[in-house]
Design a protein around this ligand. Structure first.
Ligand code: AMP
Length: 116
């Protein structure tokens, strides 16, 4: 488990700018700096969870808030009609590069499967 501060904590504090698209009491959503699809947004909880593997029972509600925020973001960005993908990368083999739980909201084109 990593307790080191990540770039997302700096974004939450406003120390590093982001292109914010959604915010509520529990979550913040902003454009990914390196988009992998026409729409690529990250949703993060305002309280740190490292990843799904590290989440505890006490995080159940906040994890739900992340999913609901991701749905709101997708709707706001007009992805409802055509669909979209939500991704949580977990750990090294999952391709997680930032140790702060985040949900990728990807859409705007047909996405391939398997992801590789
Ligand atoms: P992951 O590889 O699942 O941990 O995803 C981390 C994501 O954070 C990557 O898609 C990066 O492009 C994105 N990212 C890294 N730094 C920033 C930043 N400063 N602002 C927005 N997105 C970022």
């Amino acid at each position: 488990m990593s307790n080191n501060e990540t770039i997302f904590e700096k974004i939450l504090r406003g120390e590093i700018p982001c292109k914010k698209v959604f915010e509520n009491e529990h979550c913040l959503a902003f454009h990914d700096i390196s988009p992998q699809a026409p729409t690529h947004i990250l949703v993060i909880p305002k309280r740190k969870i490292v990843n799904v593997m590290e989440a505890g029972d006490e995080d159940a509600q906040l994890l739900g808030e992340v999913l609901l925020a991701a749905r709101s973001v997708a709707k706001q960005e007009g992805l409802d009609a055509t669909g979209y993908r939500l991704v949580f990368n977990n750990g090294a083999d999952g391709g997680q590069s930032v140790d702060y739980l985040h949900c990728h909201v990807l859409g705007g084109r047909a996405l391939a499967w398997p992801p590789g």
